[in-house]
Design a protein around this ligand. Structure first.
Ligand SMILES: CC(C)(COP(=O)(O)OP(=O)(O)OC[C@H]1O[C@@H](n2cnc3c(N)ncnc32)[C@H](O)[C@@H]1OP(=O)(O)O)[C@@H](O)C(=O)NCCC(=O)NCCS
Length: 168
């Protein structure tokens, strides 16, 4: 369990959190088919998915994030499924703590990390760029019913410097 300075802690998201997640989803993704109870339940039940909650001592759930660990043993990759922070708690480092937790899972799994983000979502794009995610391309009208475009972004695998590679 990670305990950030402000007393917010990061731990696994559970089915008891789903109603709070759904409230935040409707607030944050109103025009883009916010996830329902069933969608969250399906994600939490997935064998390859990992979901985390950010909890504040005074407010309960203040954010959530999830990742899917995909691919086969010789071609692994991960996909960021979602990340969201309560608007009243933004710019306090909670998104960073959640994203660190997702990327720690991705690093243990191995391979590149992909995500989709609305092309007009400047806060999220700024967050991802801090972690060396680059734009791979644009998916036209990816979000519905809004019809907003998405960037596909990727954090490539860190190349191992030549002098650190094992020589056989
Ligand atoms: C994206 C999001 C999760 C960031 O959460 P947060 O808790 O505010 O993030 P942090 O406080 O950790 O910010 C980390 C960095 O992200 C960038 N960032 C965050 N909000 C930003 C904003 N409004 N404008 C510009 N950059 C921003 C900054 O680089 C920031 O670092 P800084 O505060 O030192 O400048 C949050 O804005 C959110 O929930 N947005 C709505 C849901 C969403 O769009 N999710 C992404 C779907 S793809």
């Amino acid at each position: 369990m990670i305990v950030p300075a402000a007393g917010v802690r990061i731990d696994p998201l559970t089915s008891d959190d789903i109603p709070d997640c759904v409230v935040l989803e409707r607030l944050l993704f109103a025009g883009d088919s916010p996830w329902t109870d069933a969608a969250f339940a399906g994600e939490l039940a997935g064998r390859d998915t990992r979901y985390f909650a950010a909890r504040a001592p005074d407010a309960g759930l203040v954010g959530y994030a999830g990742i899917a660990l995909l691919g086969s043993a010789d071609a692994r990759e991960s996909e960021i499924r979602t990340i969201a922070v309560d608007p009243r708690r933004r710019r306090a480092g909670i998104g960073t703590r959640l994203f660190d937790t997702l990327l720690a899972e991705a690093d243990r799994h191995g391979g590149p990390v992909f995500l989709e983000v609305r092309t007009d979502n400047e806060p999220a794009i700024a967050l991802y760029r801090r972690y060396r995610f680059d734009v791979l391309g644009v998916r036209k009208r990816y979000y519905q019913p809004s019809g907003a475009d998405a960037y596909t972004m990727c954090r490539p695998v860190e190349p191992v410097p030549l002098d650190e590679r094992s020589v056989s």
